[in-house]
Design a protein. Structure first.
Length: 209
């Protein structure tokens, strides 16, 4: 009996590190550099969610134009601490989270709220998936992610100050879950309480028109 090939596990570690590095890009052209580097990573990395057969013709992900109106100040209010199980639809079954907070903010002239989740099983961190009125029309139907600190996708998205519940969130970096690119992936998606009643025309569009 031979052991499991460790290479895919090493590649996954490298993928997550490289994704995290994207969120540390800085400077006046950070958005353009972020998107270019993300395209290159999706095109070339062995752990890319793009199907291997599609990578040679992959021309890049699709985005809304950057819009400062979707970078907003939010207040983080305490959550009730209750558990929420999100079914991934895959072999992993349901993933358990705890409601640790709520982001309260105004967007497109409307009062909005998003539940902040923390993963119970491992790693912890803060996770905010959401759907909005662009879902199924311009963006992936099951919703997008705002940030996931356990996967290091937050440095450009979530601006915090020590000791303050006021934060800045940037929907220009909203991104698709891996299942948006391939049925090989199973992902936790936005619960009904994170369905926004506004159109968030910022961040990543659907993979294919």
């Amino acid at each position: 009996m031979t052991g499991a090939d460790p290479q895919p596990y090493l590649d996954l570690v490298d993928w997550r590190r490289r994704v995290g590095d994207l969120y540390r890009i800085s400077g006046p052209d950070a958005m353009a550099r972020f998107r270019d580097a993300r395209d290159e990573l999706f095109r070339t990395h062995p752990q890319s969610p793009i199907e291997p057969a599609e990578r040679s013709t992959f021309t890049g992900l699709r985005y809304f134009d950057a819009d400062p109106a979707y970078r907003v100040t939010a207040r983080v209010e305490p959550g009730d601490g209750s558990e929420l199980a999100i079914d991934t639809g895959g072999d992993d079954g349901a993933i358990r989270y705890r409601r640790v907070g709520r982001l309260l903010f105004r967007l497109a002239g409307e009062d909005c709220s998003l539940t902040v989740l923390s993963l119970i099983q491992y790693a912890g961190g803060l996770f905010v998936p959401f759907r909005d009125l662009t879902s199924r029309h311009e963006t992936y139907g099951a919703g997008r992610y705002l940030f996931d600190t356990a996967k290091d996708t937050d440095a450009l998205v979530l601006e915090i100050k020590t000791g303050s519940r006021d934060v800045v969130i940037d929907f220009n970096f909203a991104y698709n879950a891996s299942c948006a690119y391939s049925p090989r992936w199973a992902c936790p998606l936005a619960p009904p309480e994170n369905h926004l009643r506004v159109a968030v025309r910022a961040g990543e569009l659907s993979y294919k028109p």
